[in-house]
Design a protein around this ligand. Structure first.
Ligand code: FE
Ligand code: FE
Ligand code: MG
Length: 163
């Protein structure tokens, strides 16, 4: 990236790149967990829930894209193998072994809660020191908060007895 562009980054760039790569690993795993979850979903409200999971998958992939673009700008390199992704992830991967929609929602809510905690930490790390990364992280954090709320609202609906 440009000399001046790099100069205004007020945090340790290597440390920042490490954190961005770890978040990038989370996004790929979240993407796949949602994507494959949408495919195998079974049981109550399957159609609605599969649609929501598919939508979230696309948003997680967009987050991965935002993170990789920033890493490249900062002179970094994205993780290049699935092994590296599994090694660096903060939030891990919950395989949808049980395709029941309630179970899928619970797994993905847990994932979003980990994502929210991860991005809040990243946000605090760059806040006031790297405005470009701060803006990207804030945008992703907004999406993760929305994801959690969407899934919790569906799970709540499922608890309401059918009249
Ligand atoms: Fe995400
Ligand atoms: Fe999310
Ligand atoms: Mg949604």
């Amino acid at each position: 990236m440009g000399t001046k562009g790099k100069e205004i980054v007020g945090v340790n760039v290597d440390e920042l790149l490490k954190l961005l790569n770890k978040a990038y690993a989370d996004e790929w795993l979240a993407y796949y967990q949602y994507w494959v979850g949408a495919k195998v979903a079974a049981g109550r409200m399957r159609g609605i829930i599969a649609g929501e999971l598919k939508e979230h998958a696309e948003e997680e992939l967009r987050h991965a894209d935002m993170l990789v673009e920033r890493m490249l700008q900062l002179g970094g390199k994205p993780l290049l193998t699935p092994e590296a992704i599994l090694k660096e992830t903060n939030c891990g991967y919950d395989a949808p072994e049980d395709p029941c929609t309630k179970k899928l929602l619970a797994q993905n809510i847990k994932g979003e809660q980990c994502a929210i905690a991860t991005y809040k930490k990243l946000y605090d790390f760059v806040k006031g020191k790297d405005p470009i990364t701060e803006k990207i992280i804030l945008e992703i954090l907004e999406d993760e908060v929305e994801h959690e709320e969407d899934l919790e609202a569906i799970l709540d609906d499922m608890k309401t007895p059918v009249a």
